[in-house]
Design a protein around this ligand. Structure first.
Ligand code: DAH
Length: 339
């Protein structure tokens, strides 16, 4: 019996494992209750009573040795496995590093700004909560103009009127009040209107306002500038068309159309089969507006334009619902990561 104990002890001591299966075989043979040591425990009754105590101590020591060895083998095994993973297994997937994507409206706004920066426009900003003077009065809106009504504008306060700005034209006034011509500025920002949210309208959207004031600025300068922009933004084959219109702050005023960027003028449901789509308004700054902002209309003339950022994005990327821009659905937003 004693010989057997010694033999097992040697075997335990000399065991080395290279494979996971060998480790498991060691466990079954020496650690498990059904293994060789467990068997020895079963033989206890065959031992003479006066030797039982000693034998018991020996097989207990053997059991402890087996467990310690198993633990040691297991540790080495795991360490090796860890090292293999760290250094060798290049096929393992890397730790995911999720990057966000640029929002399409941010992207379109940046693209528009870059195009105008190239021809000398700087950036200006104004507050989203605006007073009546900057949003309406200085822009030559008559006192009874419909935009001044509650159903069109979100008022924060009445008398004196304070409202969420309805357009970025308010920034024109602030710039002209604070700077001497020549002025060449672009004012991007959020605007608010009391509209029911649908695929085509929203109560909050983005505009980019442009303003150029100098001596001898002509309508042709405006048209050239807008044509340059349309070609840069929508592609070299883009055409523009100015349609007579009315805005209180410009005279003459026009609606800016571009040849449909989706069907290239052939006719589709985006352009309602006309071949043209509207991207904003423009005009020569009304002398009353120059005067209200402290600029001499005898000496200076200028043009202004305002464009919707959402509208540009819709047209450029063929998006059919304005609400997608504010829903934060990553399946939508991710599509613009590489544009
Ligand atoms: N403010 C106008 C709007 O929100 C857009 C606009 C039209 C801006 C003509 C202009 C302009 O500067 O000249 O509909």
């Amino acid at each position: 019996m004693l010989e057997q104990v010694e033999k097992i002890a040697k075997e335990i001591e000399n065991t080395e494992v290279k494979l996971k299966e060998e480790l498991e075989a060691f466990r079954l043979k020496f650690v498990s209750n059904k293994g060789v040591i467990g068997e020895l425990f079963g033989k206890m009754k065959e031992i003479e009573p006066d030797q039982r105590k000693e034998f018991g101590q020996q097989i207990n020591a053997l059991k402890n040795a087996a467990q310690a060895k198993f633990k040691e083998l297991q540790d080495t095994f795991e360490n090796q496995a860890m090292q293999n993973i760290k250094h060798d297994d290049l096929t393992l997937p890397s730790i995911p590093n999720e990057l966000g994507t640029i929002h399409p409206l941010t992207k379109v706004r940046e693209d528009i700004i870059r195009i105008f920066e190239r021809i000398g426009f700087n950036l200006s900003e104004g507050p989203e909560i605006e007073d009546d003077w900057h949003n309406f009065s200085a822009l030559n809106f008559p006192p009874n103009h419909p935009a001044r009504e509650m159903q069109d504008t979100f008022f924060v306060e009445k008398d004196p009127d304070i409202a969420l700005r309805t357009h970025t034209s308010s920034v024109q006034v602030r710039v002209m009040e604070n700077q001497e011509p020549p002025i060449r500025t672009l004012s991007p920002g959020r605007v608010y209107r009391n509209e029911t949210i649908s695929a085509r309208a929203h109560c909050m959207f983005h505009q980019i306002e442009g303003l150029y004031i100098n001596e001898n600025v002509s309508f042709k300068d405006m048209k050239d500038t807008l044509y340059y922009f349309a070609k840069e933004f929508f592609g070299a084959d883009t055409k523009i068309r100015l349609r007579p219109s009315y805005f209180p702050f410009t005279e003459p005023s026009a609606e800016i159309d571009i040849s449909c960027s989706v069907c290239h003028g052939k006719g589709c449901n985006i352009c309602k089969y006309s071949g043209w789509v509207e991207i904003g308004g423009c005009g020569m700054v009304d002398p009353n507006v120059l005067k209200a902002s402290g600029i001499d209309p005898e000496k200076y003339t200028g043009f202004a334009f305002g464009m919707g950022v959402e509208r540009m994005a819709l047209l450029k990327y063929g998006i059919n619902d304005l609400r997608l821009f504010t829903e934060n659905d990553v399946r939508f937003l991710r599509q613009f990561s590489s544009i």
